[in-house]
Write a protein that binds this ligand. Structure first.
Ligand code: MN3
Length: 196
């Protein structure tokens, strides 16, 4: 299977002012494209050809194939990252199944605070996550291209805290980016889809 870069599910300027067209153009067309191109080269001879992207994430991490973890992990992460955002997103009206998970964790405000804190305290490049482990919501952070699949949990929401995701719009103010992202961009319908 050859992986392909899908188009963004909205126009490049749809998420402004919270995420600019310039950021989305570079992030999608350059960064994500590079993960796809490198991943397609690295998969050859890895023994994981023909596996699903999710299976590759798990197996590459377990097998300590760091280049595959970095590139196809990032392909998985970005495929969902675009869908985890929408114009007019955010807010605290959550779909039923997600609301239940959030309540079980301690409520919306606690999830928001812990998620933003995870993204703020991820040292260097990486991601902050909401994931499901043993039926319960978990907040976590991972370095570089890793994701919760590699750590035995099902990701339902992730935010990219690599500088390429926010530096044009927020410079070094990562917490401001995370707050704006959480409050204005999250597409909770895709979170619900991931929560199954
Ligand atoms: Mn990125």
């Amino acid at each position: 299977m050859t992986f392909k870069l899908p188009d963004l599910p909205y126009a490049y300027d749809a998420l402004a002012p919270y995420m600019s067209a310039e950021t989305l153009t570079y992030h999608h067309d350059k960064h994500h494209q590079a993960y796809v191109d490198n991943g397609n080269k690295l998969i050859v001879g890895s023994g994981l050809e023909g596996k699903s992207l999710e299976e590759i994430c798990v197996a590459a991490y377990a097998g300590k194939n760091q280049p595959l973890v970095n590139n196809l992990g990032q392909h998985y992460n970005h495929l969902h990252f675009w869908k985890w955002m929408k114009k007019g997103g955010g807010g605290n009206k959550l779909p039923g199944s997600v609301a239940k998970l959030v309540d079980g964790y301690g409520g919306f405000d606690k999830v928001r605070a812990d998620f933003i804190n995870a993204g703020t305290t991820q040292f260097g490049s990486g991601w902050a996550w909401l994931a499901i482990r043993d039926g319960k919501l978990e907040v976590s952070k991972t370095p570089n291209g890793e994701n919760p699949l590699m750590h035995g949990a099902q990701p339902i929401l992730g935010v990219d805290v690599w500088e390429h995701s926010y530096y044009i719009d927020y410079r070094n103010a990562r917490p401001k980016y995370l707050e704006a992202w959480f409050d204005n961009l999250i597409n909770w319908e895709h979170v619900e889809e991931m929560a199954g």
